[in-house]
Ligand binder design. Sequence first.
Ligand SMILES: [Zn+2]
Length: 400
Amino acid sequence: MTKAAGTSPAHPALDLAIEILADLVAFPSVSLQPNDTIVSYIETRMRDLGMRCVRDAHEDGQRFNLLASAGPQRPGGVLLSGHMDVVPASPDGWTGDPFILRRDDGRLHGRGAVDMKGFIAIVLASLPDIMAQADSLSMPLHVALSFDEETGFFGASQLPAFFDSIGLRAEIAIIGEPTNMQPFVGHKGGMELTTVVTGTSGHASQPAGMVNAVYYAARLVDFMRSCADDLAAAPIEGSPFNPPHTSLSVGVIRGGEARNIIPDRCEIDWEIRAHPGDDPHQYLGRVTDFITHGLVPEMTAIDPRAGIETHMLCDAPPLEARPDGPAANLVARLWTNETPQVVSFGTDAPFFQKAGMDTVIFGPGGMAQMHQPDEFITEAALVEGLQFIDRLAAYMRGGY
Ligand SMILES: [Zn+2]
């Protein structure tokens, strides 16, 4: 069925969802910070309702994924997922404190309100009802909440091994990122890299015997541009993406101190966004070959201390689109028969796919409000999310 827009009546759990959202926003759970306090808050709520909770710690022991389960203990069922971290918020551009939820004319403003504590709040606000009839769940319900999504999906990347270790195998994963309640089934990957060119420093009047790091970085950037052009010249037939191919791009170049000093260091920030089915490592390999065989021998012949190193900051896989899979079918059955789309931003979703779950990105609120000053979710969007969870719960009790 397709829901008519703008006709959402209030929902009995809306006040609770707003109260929980205010609590969640008040934890300034910016990525890469210890997240024990927000995890404890959520864990306590779920455990008090009778859910089985288990944490999955990062190796630093300070950041945690959280898994909570209810219903029969067997494979299958549905997993709901969200990330608990938020992007930073400098008070500039905000009307109020970004970490105090502000209610204004049907909008709820706060960092993370839409991305994606709003989704976590509607799940938590729905759980009292679900757990009051937990015995009637005919399949397992899991809630998996991750850390550090915004900085490179670090939390979710360790979930497949964690799920393996505890034998969790859900059939369907719903990643509740804000999509205005439209299903998205595919996205590109994201590999983020920094390449550091090391040369030798000297006075510009004496260039002999010096390795000018900016010269070699410039040649490398030009090679990267030619790789990007090759990719653009070979679009993937039938691709739903725009552009319909893997893209490679240089975003930042930093090097040099003064006009009269030969620069001994230059850094290049670049990225590869892999089209599903295309392996970004082959393009990284092309660049690395050019570095190893085309640039470094020349540099070290001048000065053996010179060199080039590449650091990978993030290697997020693409989400392979399965528009006819069980996850997309479930959303179609419960909410909308709109054709599933592909999306340009990365999410935790590929790691759930990797763990064997059929995965869809689907949640309340608008993408345009993500990462913005005065970020907000509307009360109407929360109501839609609550209604969806109601239908999901009815389905899981075998009654929808
Ligand atoms: Zn998000």
